[in-house]
Design a protein around this ligand. Structure first.
Ligand code: G6P
Length: 611
């Protein structure tokens, strides 16, 4: 999982590629590289580490007007200079940047070695460069050589390729890893994400799996990789709507903090135009399902990975609580590997910020292949999952750049609250209950604005707890989902070992580990489980464990609570959203205290487009 960017046109390619890569660094940041082509010469610069490390290697100026770049998240081969992309075949003719995994790389490497190719890196991608060079001999053009090579490859790719003898041409292909072409004025760009294109053009076209495109400054041609579908097409670009200012840090030190702070406006955008005060319900423009069809579903199953999976689990609890329709969530990766039974009276929903997570996309395809109905709950407009689903709910959270999900998580919960209202009112929820939910949702952005305005107490609390080596997060029902998200955030960016547990399960094992060195964060909504949560706190305190209550209930008179974070009260559908910011701030400030790289934590990437 990596970022790729290519340029062919009349400008100097190097600054364009660097700008593109800087916008893709969230996709991977353990090494980066550029291949720059001018006339019949390709120069490659690559370096382990962040993009800044690559910059130190580059010439001040370079006249190349064609080039490709890559920012890497290592899967095959350690993050070293040699393993960084672009990769070149041993004769130096072909240069490629590849996102994905070549599954039969071992076999191909053996074959290519017998054909006289040698290899400098441990990567599967380098094999592809050699294979294209090998095929070029027979095929006579880069397009034909890449086509022939990809027919021999098993695996996934978002690919860019250049050949020394075709200096004004880039070939790109897609299978399971996104590729977007940007059509400029006498220039063509290509990248794994529109974020890299929008500083230069808003005219984009998306490649589909199984397609290959030939790009020159003025021209693009799209072909199918299937031998039986040899047709060539020119596709009309669509205009992408992308607010570049939302993708910059502004006055904030980190994207993480900026994105936490943006949550009130992001929530306003999720809600905008979706509340129906007349019928006390919600409406969505993109579900493409009639009420009659929606009423025929007997269950809801939500799929996602990482934070999207956790948000889905809280969403499922909200839907089930509100509509009395059985709902649950499952990891998209687990789901797709267990040959799932697809039920036609189950509505599937796929949650993804990027809309590109490979496991989630594949789960969607599996559902559709078996005749199921799946809606996307996606942030990035036009992304692969959104297009594959063809219907669903856009979050409109705006670009999220920090690796950890913050505003998107809040917006996903808000979208599920709206969906629960919509489904509930279609079933047996009264108008009065609908109105109560609408009131709570309408107040939500302002409540959160007030809540995040003064994070200093949370900063002090995070500083106090940042030096523990481990922590528990516990809760019940939606509170357990929040405990999972709180623990995930903390471990991802501060590297404190944090584990989430249902509060009720504490006594069935984890209590053995509670001692004065193990703080527990207890998530306590103001609900009918309050007394149960208080007895959990007593259990922890009996074992001398420090207790931090993240609570909507008044904890001021509770001697067993060492520290309390007071959270404003909303409605059961908005409470999970209001309980979220303290967990985000705790992780953020703990990471700062431990001097961690908050926006780009080690070993992680924002969107995982490989298996
Ligand atoms: C990666 C990220 C997580 C994210 C997950 C799903 O693992 O590090 O923060 O939650 O992917 O991403 P998606 O774009 O599908 O929401």
């Amino acid at each position: 999982m990596c970022g790729i960017v290519g340029y062919v046109g009349s400008k100097n390619a190097m600054p364009v590629l660097l700008e593109g890569l800087s916008r893709l660094e969230y996709r991977g940041y353990d090494s980066a590289g550029l291949a720059l082509q001018r006339k019949e010469k390709i120069e490659v610069f690559k370096k382990a580490g962040r993009l800044d490390a690559l910059r130190t290697l580059l010439p001040k100026r370079n006249a190349a007007t064609t080039g490709i770049g890559h920012t890497r998240w290592a899967t095959h081969g350690a993050p070293t200079d040699l393993n960084a992309h672009p990769h070149t075949d041993s004769s130096g003719c072909v240069s490629i940047a590849h996102n994905g995994i070549i599954e039969n790389a071992g076999e191909l490497r053996e074959y290519l070695t017998t054909r006289g190719h040698s290899f400098a890196s441990d990567t599967d991608s380098e094999v592809l460069a050699a294979l294209i060079a090998e095929e070029y001999g027979n095929a006579g053009s880069l397009l034909a050589a890449v086509k022939a090579s990809l027919r021999r490859v098993a695996g996934t790719y978002g690919l860019l390729a250049m050949h020394r003898d075709e200096p004004a041409n880039i070939i790109t292909a897609r299978n399971g890893s996104p590729v977007v072409v940007g059509v400029g004025d006498n220039e063509m760009l290509v990248a794994s994400d529109v974020a890299a294109l929008v500083p230069f053009t808003r005219q984009v076209l998306y490649l589909e799996d199984g397609e290959i495109a030939s790009l020159s400054a003025k021209h693009h041609e799209i072909h199918s990789l299937e031998a039986s579908r040899p047709g060539v097409s020119q596709r009309t670009p669509s205009v992408v709507d992308f607010d570049v200012t939302l993708a910059s840090k502004g006055h904030h030190d980190h994207f993480t903090l900026k994105e936490i702070s943006e949550q009130p406006e992001a929530l306003e955008r999720v809600l905008r135009g979706r509340i129906d005060t007349r019928f006390k319900t919600a409406h969505f423009g993109g579900l493409n399902l009639e009420p009659k069809e929606l009423l025929s579903f007997k269950r809801i199953k939500i799929l996602g990975c990482g934070s999207a999976f956790i948000a889905g689990s809280i969403g499922a609890a909200m839907i089930e609580r509100t509509t009395r329709l059985p709902a649950d969530a499952e990891s998209a990766a687990e789901f797709r590997y267990r040959n799932p039974i697809i039920e036609h009276d189950t509505l599937y929903m796929a949650v993804s910020q990027s809309g590109e997570t490979f496991d989630t996309l594949t789960a969607v395809q599996e559902i559709q292949r078996k005749g199921g109905t799946v809606l996307g709950v996606v942030n990035v407009v036009g992304s692969s999952i959104a297009r594959q689903c063809g219907a669903g709910i856009y979050l409109h959270a705006g670009p999220e750049v920090a690796v950890v999900s913050t505003k998107t998580f809040a917006c996903t919960l808000c979208a599920f609250a709206l969906f629960a209202l919509y489904m509930g009112r279609m079933r047996d929820m009264s108008p009065a209950e609908g109105e109560a939910i609408i009131n709570a949702l309408t107040q939500l952005p302002e409540q959160m604005r007030a809540q995040i305005a003064s994070p200093d107490p949370l900063r002090r609390l995070a500083q106090k707890y940042a030096h523990y080596q481990r922590a528990y997060f516990v809760g019940r029902c939606e509170g357990f989902g929040l405990a999972r998200e709180g623990a995930l955030k903390l471990k991802e960016i501060s590297y404190i070992h944090a584990e989430a547990y249902p509060a009720s399960e504490l006594k069935h094992g984890p209590l053995a580990l509670i001692d004065e060195q193990t703080p527990t964060f207890v998530i306590i909504p103001q609900d009918d489980l309050l007394t149960k949560n208080l007895s959990t706190i007593a259990e922890i305190k009996t074992r001398q464990g420090p207790v931090v209550a993240v609570s909507q209930a008044d904890m001021s008179d509770k001697p067993d609570v060492d520290d309390c974070i007071a959270v404003p009260k909303g409605h059961p559908l908005t409470d999970p959203i209001l309980l979220l910011p303290p967990l985000q701030f705790l992780a953020y400030y703990a990471a700062l205290e431990r001097e961690c790289d908050v926006d780009q934590p080690r070993n992680l990437a924002k969107s995982v487009t490989v298996e």
